[in-house]
Design a protein around this ligand. Sequence first.
Ligand SMILES: [Zn+2]
Length: 205
Amino acid sequence: MEIIEKTYAWAYPLTTRRMTDGIVLHHAAASAAAPEQIHAFHLAQGWNGIGYHYYVRKDGTVYRGRPEAASGAHTENENWHTIGICFEGNFMTEIMSEVQLKAGRALIADIKTRYPGIDVKGHRDFNATGCPGTNFPFERMVEEDMTGEEIYTKLNEYLRELPCPDWARAELQEAINAGITDGTRPCELIPRYQAAIMAKRAKQG
Ligand SMILES: [Zn+2]
């Protein structure tokens, strides 16, 4: 995971977060803003500087905010146990690009390698706010990639329902007649051992 490092001038020393069991997702609520602008904006609020740990831009680049182990300033009452990720854009009105979504998913997966089982929530789950926006693709952002086994099962479930294409029907019937295959589920995947068994049957026939 490539994180673009930034050197920020903090208003006062950072402190280490007590524990880590959550990630909170935010939006910048501004259409375009560089991480330096977020830092300056948070300093102007009287905070220590950029309050998020990560900042995901619309082009899919991911910037460091506060060091991951430092306490953030992004979610009132919850900063002592959470990592804050902010997404560039205003998702009250904008739709997130696929490249930004993909970067966010990769970042969350990367954090999960250090904090297995960490909970992911939106800012609005904790505080009275619309953040990260009504259009924020929360479900897609947090759903985990399917395992190989899940993909295989799902693909087979789909293929099993497909009929034999017309052009292959005569040949399939010949193979059934020759005892090579029973002809059921003609579009399902075939592992090599089954192909080998069928080839053997064909040779014997
Ligand atoms: Zn927020």
